[in-house]
Write a protein that binds this ligand. Structure first.
Ligand SMILES: [Zn+2]
Ligand SMILES: [Zn+2]
Length: 139
């Protein structure tokens, strides 16, 4: 079994190979809900230095948007402006980490969620994932 996984956006402009992560965060904060267009966003925490990007030299850096998150920290979010897929989030509190969107990777390749944040925003019909560490807000 490979110890790396490769995933990317729908059009393939931004493709990433990363060491298989140990865990995944599901964030229910308001900003992630809006960004995901769903009730949470799934993130794989990866050291930025460990990410291999597969892109032509002419490929521009992805579009980004920075704002103060619900936690009060500055969050930068990137997306592919060709196909619209969300790519990653970088919280200002973790400058050497990139939180790649879990949905970029193929089904059954990503780890089970290990942590859920901002559960106070959870809808009444949502059930927290099995085995996660949980916070009602950010840690
Ligand atoms: Zn794309
Ligand atoms: Zn969030």
């Amino acid at each position: 079994m490979s110890n790396t996984i490769t995933g990317g956006c729908n059009c393939g402009r931004y493709t990433y190979t990363i060491p298989k992560p140990d865990g995944m965060n599901l964030c229910h904060c308001i900003d992630c809900r809006k960004w995901a267009g769903a009730m949470h966003s799934a993130h794989l925490f990866v050291k930025t230095a460990d990410i291999t990007q597969h892109a032509a030299a002419s490929t521009p850096a992805p579009r980004t948007h920075s704002m103060q998150g619900e936690s009060g920290n500055t969050i930068t979010r990137a997306w592919c402006d060709e196909c619209g897929c969300g790519l990653w989030i970088k919280p200002s509190t973790k400058p050497d980490m990139t939180c790649l969107k879990g949905g970029l990777f193929r089904p059954h390749e990503i780890p089970n969620p290990t942590m859920e944040n901002w559960l106070r925003n959870k809808e009444p019909w949502e059930t927290p994932a099995k085995g996660t560490q949980r916070t009602s807000d950010v840690q």
